[in-house]
Design a protein around this ligand. Structure first.
Ligand SMILES: [Zn+2]
Ligand SMILES: [Zn+2]
Length: 179
């Protein structure tokens, strides 16, 4: 049976492994442990894995690992490699260009055996902003929207609370364009 200890062992094993990474016309021999990274479980419930370049910490969510122990060879391995790729990318390209999931990260991720996809990483949802955000000036609630809404909308919560659930111009949502 797979346990959290197996997950930790796997993480440290992969962090200790030296990978060959081609970037900027060079071949780098890199291991996350050599770069000073250490492993830690986190209690985050929304991010499967994180890579903190400042603390040099790669972490996996204890709650999410616990319910995905059957996926140690797939999802968990891929998540560890995903985070190691972030560590390498920041090492090679610096903290400004090396951040995020662009072609630089993708190339490194694929070279070290990660699928280079951003699937099931809820952290990526946080990185990726929606195109629009609805904001209620009254209660402060923000709702992400990927498509431009076609008509005016009011805050459901505020209308419910202050206007018997009926539409009110007092609670019309403001639309912010994020990019
Ligand atoms: Zn990531
Ligand atoms: Zn509101």
């Amino acid at each position: 049976m797979t346990t959290l200890n197996n997950v930790k062992d796997l993480a440290i094993q992969l962090m200790n492994k030296t990978f060959k990474v081609n970037a900027k016309g060079w071949t780098y021999d890199l291991s996350a442990l050599d770069l000073g990274y250490y492993f830690e479980f986190s209690n985050k419930k929304r991010a499967f894995g994180t890579c903190n370049y400042v603390k040099k910490e790669i972490s996996l969510s204890k709650p999410l690992c616990s319910v995905n122990l059957d996926k140690i060879d797939t999802q968990i391995t891929d998540t560890i490699l995903h985070e190691i790729a972030h560590a390498f990318c920041v090492h090679i390209y610096g903290t400004i260009d090396g951040r995020g999931h662009d072609w630089r990260w993708k190339s490194i991720a694929k070279q070290i055996g990660c699928n280079g996809e951003r699937c099931y990483k809820i952290e990526d949802v946080n990185h990726t902003k929606s195109k629009y955000t609805y904001i209620c000036k009254s209660c402060g609630r923000e709702t992400p929207r990927h498509k431009k809404p076609t008509r005016t909308q009011a805050c459901g919560i505020c209308c419910q609370k202050h206007n018997f659930g009926r539409f009110s111009h007092d609670y019309v949502l403001e639309l912010r364009v994020n990019y």
